[in-house]
Design a protein around this ligand. Structure first.
Ligand code: FAD
Length: 413
């Protein structure tokens, strides 16, 4: 390297001298380290992770790991071979942009560039702190605590009919538990999907033998059960709380880094934060989307996979990369493979492909003739084709789109 003298090699040497510290060793943090190496950075990379376990993937926790079909879900990455210094069990407690340091109980960690990838933490119900039979499902430790609960076939009350609640209820039924899901709204997934699209999903619970109680608010948790606000007492061997997650940004208090309305880090379109040399990515950060004309805060796996490539490109300054994805996620619930691509806010019409009472169907949102989002229930081709059409903003023919026997990609105008 010392023999090279051109401007490219000088910039390369400058890059290699920079210390990059990534805070959070989940999907987004790990992928940032991987993307830095893939894009040619050979300087020091430190990955700080609060958890003691080798970094792992979360989606299997509510599926195979919970049912004991997989022992764990550690990423298949050799951090030594990658030259990444992995510091596990080290929780960042502060960030001081003026000093370019991240604080930890083990001492300050200096950085030239820092990446905030601390993800999200589950919302807790008040009063549940000391109750051993009340569970969350976010971490490997949570899943390991829940495995024996399933194996013992306890009666379980799940609070919240969102993505995690539905997936947990699916696994618990498969394990032979009696399951009741209580939901404050009048249907499942009320915060995520419009009424008409989520309504058919209520039947999936009954089909699977899960009792779904909507418009049911938890008044309090008691040892051995849940009391609803109409005084109904639901006995439970275990309670699983799945009422959402919030960005894990409490440790940034006093850092001066701008946060948004959900306490997420407000990043720009290149995933830079308001502090110099600090980026943010994954569940903890929102970004402005020109594609959808609004700021997006995405709590899904694909965002934690794609965002890091933009972060790495902008750290290395090789290109000025803009992050404006078509968001994508999937969920496996009640024997169905549910996938969603796009963002339906701002759509002006909805086209169904197939009967929503049936085993497989899709819902397509249009703005004018442009496809902006697709929800596919056990129709993975619709999702794959729809995702490409959303990306390319191809005008669609709504009549052709409504024919589920035609490939979605052939329904262009
Ligand atoms: P996280 O995975 O939350 O990782 C952040 C890491 O940072 C954590 O390990 C945390 O311990 C660490 N951390 C936090 N604070 C600090 C600190 N101060 N210092 C150091 N480290 C810190 N998405 C889908 O699209 N499909 C699915 O089927 C799906 N299933 C899921 C199932 C479960 C049970 C869960 C919990 C999530 C699921 N998701 C799914 C969502 C997906 O897993 C997340 O979007 C993804 O994990 C986000 O990655 P992240 O790295 O941004 O955050």
């Amino acid at each position: 390297m010392s023999e090279q003298t051109g401007p490219e090699s000088r910039s390369h040497q400058l890059q290699a001298e920079r210390r990059i510290v990534v805070v959070g060793a989940g999907m987004a943090g790990v992928q940032t380290a991987v993307a830095l190496r893939e894009q040619g950075f050979d300087g020091p990379v430190t990955l700080l992770g609060a958890e003691v376990h080798p970094p792992y993937d979360r989606p299997p926790l509510s599926k195979a790991v919970l049912l004991g079909k997989a022992e764990g879900s550690a990423f298949d990455i050799d951090f030594d071979a990658l030259g990444v210094e992995l510091r596990l069990g080290q929780e960042a407690t502060g960030l001081r942009p003026a000093d370019h340091e991240v604080d930890t109980p083990q001492g300050p960690v200096p950085y030239d560039v820092a990446v905030i990838a601390t993800g999200a933490e589950p919302v807790r119900l008040p009063g549940a702190e000391d109750m051993p039979a009340v569970h969350l499902l976010r971490t490997l430790d949570d899943a390991e605590r829940l495995r024996p609960v399933l194996a013992a076939q306890h009666d379980i009350v799940v609070v919240g009919a969102g993505w995690i609640g539905a997936e947990f209820a699916t696994a618990a039924r498969e394990a032979g538990c009696e399951v009741t899901v209580v939901e404050a709204a009048d249907q499942p997934l009320a915060g995520a999907l419009p009424r008409e699209v989520a309504a058919p999903m209520a039947d999936w619970y009954a089909e699977a033998g899960v009792r779904l109680r909507t418009r049911a608010r938890v008044a309090r948790l008691e040892p051995g059960g849940v009391v609803l606000d109409d005084d109904t007492r639901l006995p439970a061997g275990a309670v699983v709380v799945g009422v959402g997650a919030r960005p894990a940004t409490g440790w940034l208090a006093g850092s001066g880094i701008a946060l948004g309305t959900h306490r997420e880090v407000r990043a720009d379109d290149g995933l830079r934060t308001s502090a110099p040399d600090v980026f943010a990515v994954g569940d903890c950060a929102s970004f402005p989307s020109a594609r959808y004309g609004e700021r997006l805060l995405v709590h899904h796996w694909d965002n934690a996979l794609q965002g890091p490539r933009t972060v790495a490109a902008n750290i290395l300054g090789l290109t000025s990369a803009v992050y404006d994805p078509v968001p994508y996620f999937w969920s496996e619930q009640f024997g169905r493979f549910v996938q969603y691509a796009g963002h339906h806010t701002g759509a002006d019409s909805l086209v169904w492909r197939g009967d929503p009472a049936g085993a497989s169907w899709s819902a397509c949102w249009l703005r004018g003739t442009q496809l902006v989002a697709v929800l596919a229930v056990s129709r993975p081709r619709d999702l794959a084709q729809g995702r490409r059409l959303i990306e390319s903003a191809t005008p669609m023919d709504p009549a052709a789109l409504s024919d589920p026997t035609r490939p979605l990609k052939s329904a262009t105008a």
